[in-house]
Design a protein around this ligand. Structure first.
Ligand SMILES: [Zn+2]
Length: 211
């Protein structure tokens, strides 16, 4: 097993569509082990094959408590078969060192994929839990999409990217998500206290990074 180099934003491979895995060979299994090791080494909750320079439809996720035992989930050739609801999510990405911004996501997703032994399984994630957001984030990587394509505020996102010497948001990749935005705004209007608390927590996180 080895720790692989993580590709950074600006590299063309992050914008390519990944290919289906046709056989789960020894080489593929070794790649998956390396991806897991690389993800844990970088303290990430998810990693897609394109982020280590392999254009294959594979990602790994572990949303378990970092202090507890590991709980890796491997997704090969995944398909999102159901999605609903909307949520605002404060996200970063191992290919964007330190840069976080607020993006739009679906609240609930159901995904179908193959595990490392080629057996199909279905995973459901609800209520905007970390797993739901991580699945969408990693799934996007397989189609050359990045979290900043879902940003709620392009100017905020650009400020953060600039701060960490990363290229700005690429306009042609921005995703039109009026429906999700509408639903998020309605939720914020109906839950002003919770929405404010969320904002304050993000600000606190941002400020603590500056020290
Ligand atoms: Zn990512």
């Amino acid at each position: 097993m080895s720790i692989l180099k993580i590709v950074e934003y600006g590299s063309p491979i992050l914008r390519e569509k990944s290919k289906e895995v046709t056989k789960i060979s020894k080489k593929i299994k070794a790649l998956i082990q390396d991806m897991l090791e690389t993800m844990y080494d970088a303290n990430g909750v998810g990693l897609a094959a394109s982020q280590v320079g392999q254009n294959l439809r594979i990602f790994v996720i572990d949303v378990s408590d970092p202090k507890g035992p590991i709980d890796p989930v491997v997704f090969i050739n995944p398909k999102i078969i159901k999605k609903s609801g909307a949520i605002s999510s404060y996200e970063g990405c191992l290919s964007f060192p330190k840069a976080y911004t607020t993006v739009r996501r679906y609240k609930n997703v159901m995904v179908k994929a193959l595990d490392i032994n080629g057996r199909p399984f279905i995973k459901e994630a609800k209520d905007g839990e970390l797993l739901a957001r991580a699945i969408q984030h990693e799934f996007d990587h397989l189609d050359g999409k990045l979290f900043i394509d879902h940003c709620r505020n392009r100017f905020d996102a650009n400020n953060v990217l600039e701060k960490y010497n990363l290229p700005p948001v690429e306009e042609e990749y921005l995703i039109d998500e009026d429906f999700l935005e509408q639903e998020i705004l309605e939720w914020e209007k109906a839950n002003p206290e919770a929405a404010n608390k969320e904002k304050e927590e993000i600000e606190k996180l941002e400020n603590s990074k500056e020290e």
